[in-house]
Design a protein. Structure first.
Length: 94
């Protein structure tokens, strides 16, 4: 990897979530459980996390300013609950 490579770590708040780092050609660059790590060039990537019940994807941009390393904490996947619990989503049916 060239000197412009960035060591990236994606960390999910869900330790059992499968985490993916996807490049602009939709190729999976790295994957792991709870976190994914890779040494990559600056650019625009997709960070995806998935469990059997939920999926979340977000775009991330890495620049030379992020070198030599960057850690990205991914949002919580959340889950639906009829009760107002922390980290849950609610659904209103009127």
């Amino acid at each position: 990897m060239s000197s412009s490579g960035i060591n990236v770590t994606l960390i999910s708040k869900e330790p059992a979530a499968e985490v993916f780092l996807i490049d602009r050609t939709l190729k999976v660059v790295s994957r792991g459980l709870g976190k994914a790590e890779a040494q990559i060039a600056p650019g625009i990537y997709r960070a995806k996390q998935w469990t059997s019940a939920r999926e979340h994807m977000e775009m991330i941009e890495l620049t030379e300013a992020d070198a030599p390393s960057k850690t990205i904490a991914l949002d919580s996947l959340g889950f639906r609950s009829p009760f107002p619990l922390a980290g849950t989503e609610s659904k209103h049916e009127y």
